[in-house]
Design a binder for this molecule. Sequence first.
Ligand SMILES: Cc1cc2nc3c(=O)[nH]c(=O)nc-3n(C[C@H](O)[C@H](O)[C@H](O)COP(=O)(O)OP(=O)(O)OC[C@H]3O[C@@H](n4cnc5c(N)ncnc54)[C@H](O)[C@@H]3O)c2cc1C
Length: 392
Amino acid sequence: MDEVDILVVGGGVAGLTAAAVLASAGHQTLCIDAAPAEAGARDSRTTAFLRPAVELLTDAGVWDRLSGATAPLDTMRLIDAGGEKNEAREIADFHAAEISEPPFGWNVANRDMRQALIAQCEALPAATLAFGVSLESLTPRRACQIARLSDGRAIRARLIVGADGRNSAVRDIAGIGAKRTSYGQKALVFTVAHDEPHQGVSTEIHRTGGPFTLVPLPDADGPRSSIVWMETAGEAMRLAALSDAEFEQALNERSLDVLGPLRAISPRAAWPIISLIAHRLTAPRIALVAEAAHVVPPIGAQGLNMSLADIAALRDGIGDDPGAADSLAAYQRRWPELAARVAGIDTLNRAAMAGAQPIRDLRRAGLGLIARARPVRQTAMRMGLGVRDTRP
Ligand SMILES: Cc1cc2nc3c(=O)[nH]c(=O)nc-3n(C[C@H](O)[C@H](O)[C@H](O)COP(=O)(O)OP(=O)(O)OC[C@H]3O[C@@H](n4cnc5c(N)ncnc54)[C@H](O)[C@@H]3O)c2cc1C
């Protein structure tokens, strides 16, 4: 039977990061993914990596592999357009320079990040990747878990990291329940080209159904941005089915012309929006990370950044025996903070979806308060960036 220190189940961006980080820390790590390696090329999403995530990826030797593929984010702009007319009625700018060195973070295409992660894992002697291989069962022992894989192998691992996404098999096998909330909402994701430069400004426009967010991408034959357009599921599917010309018209109405005319230059992908929090993060010799443990709507670039914080906590808390009970108990102590963050983003998402005019007006008033009161604004920024001490 093969033996490893750590078996990471799931090779999405989070699982591959866990493999690179834990192998860099010296643990023999095998990462398996049910899908073939090429499957990630279909992910058209981008991720805004905030500073703590970038530090983790730099330490693991991944960030330096991304040269030319990152777009800095210096300003986050929130626009409320929830009035009768489709126009901006409140604008709040959050400049990174107000609270720290700019930028806030960097936006990277998920497929570029996956490529960098796979290259780094292949270069690390302690990491092994196996695509097209899924977890079938786990048998607990005192000092390990025995994992049976779909390729017929049995692996003895001192720690299983469940990074197998929102429908996690590891979570189910460990008997850990989860609270799942569906919003009847979907996010359309695609890339646009535009003539006006984005100048490092990420813009979130609120009207109804959910935010419409433009996130800067590195220039390629001119400026480009990634769009995440959240709507009720029915409206999102209607938009997804429009002809190119009709879609471009709808897109330009919704964007309020903030970057001039937008041209869609990629297919549209629709992602269902849910939130989820697992009842626990651990079971004997098992730790859940990323979407296996928590899922949030894509607001304020939180999801994967929370996931990378899980991985940093795991790396920092484990010793020579990576699945030892005391290290897992320390990891479990992250749960209340994660649960609070999931609940907070749930509230923000419900406010962003609001169709009723009084709630839309309340949302505008809240944004106005944040825009004009410097201490409130700075506290909100620190909370958004995952800073623990949020005092202005
Ligand atoms: C529209 C949208 C925009 C987003 N934007 C941002 C952003 O700007 N910033 C941010 O921080 N986050 C963002 N997020 C969140 C982020 O994209 C996700 O958190 C992240 O992609 C999820 O990664 P994951 O690795 O946890 O899960 P997944 O990508 O779902 O990976 C799970 C992997 O596990 C594998 N798997 C499943 N079961 C098994 C099994 N039994 N055995 C082996 N393998 C298995 C699957 O094949 C899959 O590859 C966004 C999300 C969405 C939907």
